[in-house]
Design a protein around this ligand. Structure first.
Ligand code: ASP
Ligand code: MG
Length: 425
């Protein structure tokens, strides 16, 4: 007998018919002798609908007091889901009980609309499990130390499920969703993209731009911190497929390099169009310049990603960096008002038509020559690299956004990601 946490996303909970399917699937696991805790999201579209109503009444930027009410409101979506699922389970003849965040309780800080889980009590849940019930717990919500309801940020049910699994020391946390796992890259860009049978949680974090479409990134951080065995799998397989088959499907998020079932050097290609590049030309090359520029940007709470400074000529250099596209206009404003006047240059250029493409793989730690293989593949397709940044398990390039798909396809091919990697030795 194992203790298993299942998480079902909004699409899987989208109608009474789908909820019945979830109940049948959960019942199958219970009948196989397992203890089950289930964490569902709100029915698809429900959170948007609720927040839309609030927006009609309060169109402006919500104050803290309004954010409190947004959480009061948005958390009801999940309360509906747990009630319905618990009823559906009982209709299947499976004893079940549902709890909201405050009933468990799931304790969080007081940062309304983006609260962080601090602790989860396990007595009540364990008591019900021991009494032979399936325990259905709301995703996305918790309670702060003053008794206010909080929510964890959009997509937060993933984090709820992982946190519940960590608190209960569950044997596995299965995230059922509308995709069947994590892919080598977005299959809409590369049709040959392959589902990964396993991926390390560090790779998953680095692939955030792809991975976050599958899981809330904070849930992956949580799984990494508390070593929660996590699997992402489809909720659209027939509910009655054999449990052994289901338990091996999807993508397993692993912790140890040697636990990896597949030994690819590069596991995936991530990409995004979220960034903009800013270059300041003719900057005096003297100590303190990077701080002068980026300090002001940081003070404005703007996050900088890739940075390069060129070789200087006659004491002048060019300095470029990228920020999120949403922060582009504000960054320009900060530079023009606070930075450039002290630098003796007014030459600043911006480019919002860039993208970032990255290769990610823990194998890069122990293998050389991977970055150069990346650069060669891009060169062969005539793609000019504007900026490069590296970490231990990732190399990213900034290129013209019109070459994004070409670059992703070229790299997918160059690293043979369409081929299953050799099995681990
Ligand atoms: N219902 C919440 C949302 O739509 C939480 C979740 O689905 O994970 O963001
Ligand atoms: Mg989700």
């Amino acid at each position: 007998m194992a203790l298993i946490v299942h998480k079902y996303g909004g699409t899987s909970m989208g109608s009474t018919e789908r909820i019945r399917n979830v109940a049948k699937r959960v019942a199958k696991w219970v009948r196989a002798g397992h203890q089950l805790v289930v964490v569902p999201s709100a029915m698809s579209g429900e959170t948007n609908r609720l927040l839309g109503l609030a927006k009609e009444l309060f169109p402006g930027t919500p104050s803290d007091a309004v954010c409190r009410e947004l959480d009061m409101l948005a958390s009801t979506g999940e309360q509906v889901s747990v009630g319905l699922l618990s009823i559906a389970l009982q209709a299947e003849g499976v004893p079940a009980v549902s709890f909201t965040g405050w009933q468990v309780p799931v304790r969080t800080d007081s940062a309304y609309t983006k609260a962080r889980i601090e602790s989860i009590a396990d007595e009540r849940v364990r008591g019900e499990l021991a009494a032979g019930k399936v325990v259905v717990i709301t995703g996305f919500q918790g309670i702060d130390d003053k008794g206010h309801i909080t929510t964890l940020g959009r997509g937060g049910s993933d984090t709820s499920a992982v946190a519940v699994a960590a608190a209960l020391k569950a044997d596995e946390c299965l995230i059922y969703t509308d995709v069947d796992g994590v892919y080598t890259t977005d299959p809409r860009v590369v049709p040959e993209a392959r589902r990964l049978r396993s991926v390390s949680f560090e790779e998953m974090l680095e692939m955030a731009s792809m991975g976050s479409k599958v899981l809330q990134i904070r849930s992956v951080e949580f799984a990494g911190k508390y070593h929660v065995p996590l699997r992402v799998l489809s909720s659209f397989t027939p509910w009655d497929i054999p449990i052994e088959e289901e338990a091996r499907s999807g993508t397993l998020i692993t912790f140890e390099e040697d636990e990896k079932m597949e030994q690819a050097i590069v596991s995936g290609i991530a990409f995004n169009r979220d960034e903009a590049k800013i270059s300041i030309l003719g900057v005096p090359d003297r100590p303190g310049i990077a701080f002068q520029i980026l300090g002001a940007v940081a003070d404005a709470n703007i996050e900088v990603d890739v940075i390069i400074q060129n070789v200087s000529h006659e004491g002048k250099t060019d300095f470029s960096f990228t920020v999120h596209r949403n922060d582009y206009a504000r960054t320009m404003e900060v530079l023009k008002t606070q930075v450039l006047p002290n630098l003796g240059t007014d030459r600043v250029e911006g480019d919002t038509r860039i993208c970032k493409v990255s290769i990610v793989g823990i194998g890069m730690r122990s293998h050389g020559g991977i970055a150069s293989k990346m650069f060669r593949a891009l060169a062969e397709d005539g793609i000019n690299i504007q900026m490069i940044s590296t970490s231990e398990i990732k190399t990213s390039v900034v290129i013209d956004e019109k070459y994004m798909e070409l670059a992703v396809r070229a790299l997918h091919r160059a690293f043979e990601l369409d081929q299953p990697p050799a099995p681990a030795q």
